[in-house]
Design a protein around this ligand. Structure first.
Ligand code: ADP
Length: 514
């Protein structure tokens, strides 16, 4: 029972809670149920840890077993329910999210911290995904093709896989769950999701939309809790056929090894060290504007955040000064206050990690601090995890802060000598998620699109801003070859089945001559 009421995000004493917090349960087989042990954990507002958002089920293997059993039970009939009918339910989910968008976004800002405009975008992404995926209910195309034999017909179709275990992070609390749950169930699978322990309320809100839409019990199940106690039993459960994970590289690698040993399908979406290249012919104002949004939107806590600026030596001074000036002008504060532009970071541990990198930047890397570089504690900000938007100049391409994922409001400006040098620096990291180039030269733009080793490339726009109908994911250390979003998302959640229909009336043998 040591974990009962384990505090999360900080260690404020319980008596500081402003109001009686709501209690939230797991969603298993269409019912809201507490953890079998009765244990709960707290979810606090990272902008003000005196604000207790709610308590949530601190689930363990027993709860995961129940949720997986419900998903297994629901699977045979859901699989046979026609895909266009499944799609109708997904359309309903989209409509419910549209209606509840403001309320869902407010809850999200309260538990995650990013400003309301951005949580509105997060919810909108789930809505877009729902409409997009629902359209696939009348497609899910396979191929019809020829046969090498006479009077024989051949085609391929997609089939569902079974029970999917979904593990999601806190930075896109509803968008990322939507990338996983929606294509999985549209394809005829059933799911158990374990949301991040920092942002369970957003997934509770999402699950309520499935409940209201009238999905059969057991198709979507949710267990809240921590990685080691709720996530690990889910990914290892023998009934779970597919694991889809988004989160840190360290955890992703563990999950990759464990699922491989158990022979499961696994899609991984992990870190990034994304760059914006700014050439000497770029529209500099546009590049600064993009850099500001790419580096400091969501307090830099996006896997696609622009954490490196690779800037041509002819314009680097001007660019860095302008970016630092704009960074200093950003209004940092609680995301529920509409005048603020940058919210807190997610929790104490993350804040300390980011401040640690800032220290490395100043000392070991000997970079030039141009803006920020500290925690903000003025007035009520001291109750949250606020870090001033930080720009480092004169950063070496191989500096620690230019190589490792910081996941916070910190960006490094690196000087390049030429276009070729910029591409070399851009590719000189272990990750390959997103990259961008600002240039007016169409030849450079196309060469960059060809040579940047990332899954996503932008021209004259920052590294963030993916749309749901295009594949999302990265190369190298970012992932394991899978993509979310787009129809490519169905590759992980479906099996291909090849069908041969012989109407010749005789035994025909492929590849064998009579
Ligand atoms: P972060 O450091 O950003 O919290 P994590 O990769 O640890 O990133 O967390 C992402 C998700 O993975 C969360 O839902 C977390 O609970 C879950 N998780 C962490 N460790 C494990 C694990 N060993 N097995 C399954 N899920 C895990």
């Amino acid at each position: 029972m040591a974990k009962a009421n384990a505090a999360k995000k900080s260690s404020p004493s319980k008596s500081t809670a402003k109001t009686q917090a709501a209690q939230y349960h797991n969603f298993i087989n269409g019912q809201w149920v507490p953890a079998a042990s009765g244990a709960t954990f707290e979810n606090r507002n990272p902008a003000d840890t005196r604000d207790l958002v709610g308590t949530f089920a601190d689930s363990a293997a027993e709860d995961v077993d129940r949720a997986v059993a419900a998903a297994r039970e629901a699977y045979p009939s859901w699989r046979l329910y026609p895909a266009p009918k499944r799609a109708e339910l997904v359309f309903k989910v989209a409509d419910i999210l549209v209606r509840r968008k403001d309320e869902i976004s407010r809850d999200m800002t309260r538990e995650m911290g990013k400003v309301l405009k951005e949580t509105g975008g997060d919810t909108q992404e789930a809505i877009d995904m729902a409409y997009f995926v629902a359209g696939e209910g009348r497609r899910l195309y396979g191929h019809t093709t020829t046969s090498e034999l006479k009077n024989k017909f051949a085609m391929s179709v997609r089939d569902s896989v079974g029970v999917c275990g979904l593990i999601t992070p806190w930075n896109f609390p509803i968008a990322i769950p939507s990338w996983k749950i929606l294509p999985a169930i549209l394809a005829g699978n059933t799911v158990v999701i374990k949301p991040a322990e920092d942002t369970p309320l957003s997934v509770v809100n999402f699950v309520k939309a499935f409940e209201e839409a009238g999905l059969p019990a057991g198709v979507v199940n949710m267990v809240t809790g921590f990685g080691a106690t709720a996530g690990a039993p889910l990914i290892k459960h023998p009934t779970v056929r597919v694991v889809s994970f988004t989160g840190s590289t360290a955890t992703g690698r563990v999950i990759s090894t464990e699922t491989a040993a158990l022979g499961k399908r696994c899609s991984l979406e992990m870190g990034g060290k994304n760059c914006i290249i700014v050439m000497d012919d770029a529209n500099l104002d546009l590049a600064v504007e993009g850099a500001l949004w790419g580096a400091f939107g969501t307090s830099g806590q996006r896997c696609t955040a622009s954490s490196r600026m690779i800037v041509h030596k002819k314009v680097v001074k001007k660019f860095t000064a302008a970016l630092a000036e704009r960074a200093k002008g950003l209004r940092v504060g609680p995301g529920l206050d509409l005048k603020n532009e940058v919210g807190p970071v997610i929790n104490q541990k993350q804040m300390e990690k980011i401040l640690g990198y800032i220290e490395i930047g100043k000392t070991k890397d000997k970079a030039k601090l141009m803006s920020g570089g500290e925690r903000l504690t003025e007035g009520d900000l001291k109750h949250g995890y606020f870090i001033a938007p930080t720009v480092f100049g004169d950063v070496a391409p191989n500096a620690v802060i230019a190589q490792e994922e910081i996941f916070g409001p910190v960006t490094s400006v690196i000087t390049c000598d030429s276009f070729e040098n910029a591409i070399e620096i851009a590719n000189g990291v272990e990750y390959g998620l997103s990259a961008s180039i600002y240039t007016a030269d169409v030849n450079r733009a196309f060469t960059a699109m060809r040579d940047l080793q990332t899954g996503i490339c932008y021209v004259n726009a920052p590294t963030i801003g993916a749309e749901v109908h295009l594949p999302f994911g990265g190369t190298k250390g970012t992932g394991n070859g899978h993509r979310e979003g787009g129809i490519e998302a169905f590759e992980i959640f479906t099996e291909w089945k090849s069908l041969y229909i012989d109407y010749s009336g005789v035994l025909q043998k492929a590849q064998i001559e009579d």
